[in-house]
Design a protein around this ligand. Structure first.
Ligand SMILES: C[S@@+](CC[C@H](N)C(=O)[O-])C[C@H]1O[C@@H](n2cnc3c(N)ncnc32)[C@H](O)[C@@H]1O
Length: 248
């Protein structure tokens, strides 16, 4: 493992901020495994949605340190305490990011439209009763409602708006979140996907999915859309989107 990342310290903490856990480590391990391609990718803007303690965005900034000031980092969290703790973690590791207290990326859509080259998200993904989603306190860090999908389903359309043409999204999911269904949803928007890391812990089976725009899939998705529109609303075009071609 990259030595500086292995040594990331939790400098700040708050009872209502999610401490790095198996899911955070899995996401950073996936980024580390992709390190060479991330360098080649030369991202100008990297963004984390739901930064919590700042462990992931700080790891990413350290991982890409050699790219220098040509890379700008942005992190958001709906929890103001997370914004504070992330800022402290970044500063303690001599990293810089804009850390913004907002819901997903609200208010940033215009400025970041099609600009984000790397997006990382470890969302609240645990299946819970709907009324726990977005509540105050630490539960909002993991509460994902039905199938754990409430927040994920809001983040994916935002990612589609913000990702650049060459943009990559790394998303943490659980088996309960129906990752294949998520890949099909994104395929309809023109994204290819691949599970870059799978890990079982005592409690859960994690998948880190990487999404990127693919021109062939995009034209396939456009044909699918056109076909649907021309068939008087009868949705018969699904054969275009073979789920078996997703897992490259
Ligand atoms: C599972 S924690 C992950 C924290 C950190 N990224 C990590 O991997 O350790 C999910 C984070 O998403 C934040 N979050 C939940 N709903 C959000 C929303 N609608 N917009 C932005 N952040 C949100 C939570 O406050 C929490 O910090």
């Amino acid at each position: 493992m990259h030595s500086e990342i292995a040594q990331i310290r939790l400098v700040g903490s708050h009872p209502e901020v999610y401490d790095p856990c198996d899911d955070s480590f899995a996401l950073v391990d996936a980024l580390l495994a992709d390190r060479a391609t991330l360098f080649e990718h030369q991202p100008s803007i990297c963004m984390e949605i739901g930064c919590g303690s700042g462990y992931v965005i700080t790891s990413l900034a350290l991982l890409l340190k050699e790219l220098g000031s040509s890379t700008h980092y942005i992190a958001t969290d709906i929890n103001p305490h997370a914004v504070q703790v992330t800022s402290e973690t970044l500063e303690a590791h001599n990293c810089h990011a804009e850390v913004i207290n907002t819901n997903i990326a609200s208010g940033l859509e215009k400025r970041l439209f099609r600009c984000v080259d790397v997006m990382v998200v470890n969302p609240p993904y645990v299946p819970t009763p709907e009324d726990e989603v977005g509540c105050y306190g630490i539960a909002s860090a993991w509460a994902g409602g039905e199938n754990g999908r409430r927040v994920i389903d809001k983040i994916l359309p935002v990612a589609d708006v913000l990702l650049s043409d060459k943009g990559w999204l790394y998303l943490v999911t659980l088996t309960d979140n129906k990752p294949l269904e998520l890949c099909l949803e994104m395929r309809k928007k023109g994204y290819a996907s691949r599970i870059v890391l799978q890990r079982s812990t005592d409690e859960e089976r994690l998948h880190i999915i990487k999404f990127w725009r693919d021109l062939n899939i995009l034209s396939e998705a456009n044909e699918f859309e056109t076909l649907n529109k021309t068939r008087d609303g009868v949705r018969t075009g699904f054969s275009f989107l073979s789920p078996f071609s997703i897992w490259k």
